[in-house]
Write a protein of this length. Structure first.
Lengths: 246, 246
DNA sequence: CTCCCCTTATTTGTATGACAAGTGGGATAA
DNA sequence: TTATCCCACTTGTCATACAAATAAGGGGAG
């Protein structure tokens, strides 16, 4: 059933969900599903058989399935078994599902769709931030921007600062669901963007555009903030497409 | 620890996740968390103790916790126990989390934020639909609209047709992540809107606005489609706010 | 007295085996 | 042929035992 040889052990870091066995299984199975190894409609082999193949207990395997079911990837019923649900029912914007998607060379279409969504949401978020940011928010953004400039964008610290800067902007929108959505997407995309540094360089230095965005938000200029963020997302799209094609 | 008396049995229908015990526990615990009974930082009593209180096996309880953890509501580690994570890490847009939120009288703020997000996403979706809809899409939308008109909006069949109509529009965007996002939100909101029919009536008959939206999409007029959808979301906001206040 | 390491108790994680419940499909009878 | 019932198969639940992780407290060295 499962075609992978016998990985068993999750990757190295990955922070959350790889240490415990059920997390590792969920991860591997999740990747196998989003990458098309198990296609919608496919029925996974029974719990006993599958768990024996993986050499884990049925409990651990079942907990993994519960995780996947919670994200809409599978659905299990007595007698029928556990089947992969159709793609339209997957929680594509769940952070884990996104991460799994980007781990296995997502399709061009998916990238396009995702950035289309970003181009809808993030400029609007920037606009809200420009309207609602407090002085405190500006202090935070500015600090992150400084860090970004100090370390450079090739550096890991610089990447972290970049992420922090964008997060500060989201916080300024004071909209929890919007923050939840955007940070999920940004985190997933940024994950892949790390590789871009190795092969080839950036299409263009993004720092000036970041400063422009900050200036617009500081000036409480919604239209300018929207425009600057739109530009940044476009840049990110080029980066991502480039790093995935290479 | 758990303050609820002894429900044990989930509600009546609810379709998914209430039948099996682990689903019921996840549901009850999920509601308890989003409604603030267990606040972020709180540590739930140990697995043995908690599962005994609920009179279920430890396995069933653990599977429930896995579900909640997959949605970011809790986080469990050895020795420390299972603690409710801070709200910023919750997957607020997960269909189940949304449903649980609406089950327990969500705060005004949350409603406001959610509709703010809808006002960002859905008009944009309508715009995309106007650009990309095929003749086939129009046939589907038209059929749903007819059903809506036939049954009326007070009827369950009419509600279903309404939902179908909006879903057809989303399908026409050809953007899977956007579909995933919008349908989650719409489903959750519509769930509450069912109650509105009982007490008080609608602010205004929404059917003409629906027809306007359809016409705009059929005419491939993105700007008009955006405007019409914006109007519809505003209407929905009034409905929802009204039904929750009452 | 302070700091560090190490032991230990506690909690989650995994394993195993047995039984209950549900359900699709085939056997059976009209 | 059609409808009904029964059965085998799969997931769901339970109970118990043990392993692994780790926060906290205690003891020893400086």
């Amino acid at each position: 059933m499962v075609s992978r040889g016998t990985p068993r052990f999750g990757r190295l870091g990955e922070a959350s969900g790889s240490r415990r066995i059920h997390g590792a299984i969920a991860h591997d199975l999740g990747v196998a599903i989003v990458s098309g190894v198990h296609q919608p409609g496919d029925i996974l082999s029974g719990e006993i058989e599958f768990s024996e193949q993986l050499k884990v207990s049925r409990s651990a395997y079942r907990e993994a399935v519960r995780i996947l079911a919670a994200k809409g990837l599978v659905e299990s019923r007595p007698k029928t078994g556990t089947r992969v649900t159709e793609r339209s029912r997957w929680q594509l914007l769940d952070p884990d599902v996104l991460a799994w998607s980007f781990e296995s060379e997502p399709s061009e279409d998916f990238i396009r769709d995702l950035f289309e969504l970003r181009l809808i949401v993030e400029p609007a978020a920037a606009e809200l931030a420009a309207r609602r940011r407090t002085e405190q928010d500006l202090v935070h953004m500015s600090a992150a921007l400084e860090e970004m400039a100090r370390w450079g964008l090739a550096d890991a610290q610089g990447q972290a600062a970049d992420q922090l800067f964008h997060n500060r902007i989201l916080q300024a929108t004071r909209n929890a669901p919007l923050i939840s959505l955007s940070s999920s997407i940004e985190a997933a995309v940024r994950w892949t963007t790390i590789f871009k540094q190795r092969k080839g360089k950036l299409p263009r230095d993004p720092l000036p555009d970041h400063r422009l965005l900050f200036t617009a938000i500081a000036a409480a200029d919604p239209a300018a903030a929207r425009g600057a963020m739109t530009e940044l997302v476009h840049l990110a799209l080029e980066d991502t497409a480039m790093s995935l094609r290479a």
